[in-house]
Design a protein around this ligand. Sequence first.
Ligand SMILES: NC(=O)c1ccc[n+]([C@@H]2O[C@H](COP(=O)([O-])OP(=O)(O)OC[C@H]3O[C@@H](n4cnc5c(N)ncnc54)[C@H](OP(=O)(O)O)[C@@H]3O)[C@@H](O)[C@H]2O)c1
Length: 313
Amino acid sequence: MKVLGYSTYGKPSVFTEKNIETPVINANEVLLRTKYSSIHPVDTIIRNGDFSGGAPLQQFLIPGSEVLGEIVEVGSAITDFALGDVVIGKPGRGGYAEYVKVDQSKIFKKPANMPDEAAAGFSAVGTTAYYSLFDFGQIKTGETITILGASGGVGSIAIQIARNEGLYVIAVASEKNKDYVLHLGADEFADYNDPSQLAGLANRADVVIDASLFASSAEAGVALVKDGGHYITLTSSPAAPLDKSIHIIDMRRNAEMTDKKAMDYLIDLHEKQPIEVKPTTVYPLSLQGVVDAHTTLEAGTLSKKILLKNEMN
Ligand SMILES: NC(=O)c1ccc[n+]([C@@H]2O[C@H](COP(=O)([O-])OP(=O)(O)OC[C@H]3O[C@@H](n4cnc5c(N)ncnc54)[C@H](OP(=O)(O)O)[C@@H]3O)[C@@H](O)[C@H]2O)c1
């Protein structure tokens, strides 16, 4: 089967294509023929070697922690899924491939009526949004939440959860996405490029979620939280000492924060009020496709979720 990966850290050009044996599953796993592999911002950070501490890569690394695929083999201990089911799979890595094996605890039926492209990029951003709001932000009905990066994959779902839970939602994104975030249910909008608009949000939020991409504005984000409130960051923690008493949380999920718990909530919500997922753009599952996809993601100018499409489908 065809896979895309790299043996050294560096620019998108480090990717190579290989043909390797199709994985062999155990009793608790399924084999998926991928339809789409989702590309996450963190994939580019890992590829650059920024998490390696300077150590060289020891193996051929195939990224891809989230796919949408069709079950083509089912482990003998599995009763909840069958051949032909189209599922969301969270293999951890290995998803930039024509086939990937996934443990049954890491597969989820595609939400009803959700288009394939939307479903392919839904679970990682959705589960992240869920835990950032409930477990870390401890949101309560009637509170005010400010979401930085509100037009992004995580932020757009955070808006929809917050609305469902009865919060007043302030969305911070770029001006071009103002109508989009208001359409998703935000009550108010501010442009992160306009300091005066951000200044107008100071000390108003019980909870601030920083789901912005590669932003270095953590101190500016902290200014938006009320005394006693929560600042949850998915990006960088504020370094400066604080002159107010707030909870600053660098979000790290623990073992109890399972995908299943969050997906159960999200699928219920989707049945009540269809969840809109950030628009997607598709590149082929090919060497040129993955290089172009990573290059585009790093350029930071495309407000769309990027997917690799397996042309075998
Ligand atoms: N994807 C995941 O599953 C996941 C999981 C854990 C953590 N995270 C982290 O969460 C963050 C968001 O991920 P994502 O997938 O939602 O990214 P994304 O879809 O690319 O969204 C990025 C958001 O950041 C905004 N933004 C860009 N530059 C900004 C700036 N200088 N100041 C404020 N906002 C800015 C963008 O606004 P405009 O497009 O309107 O300009 C957009 O709303 C990333 O740091 C990521 O590493 C993601």
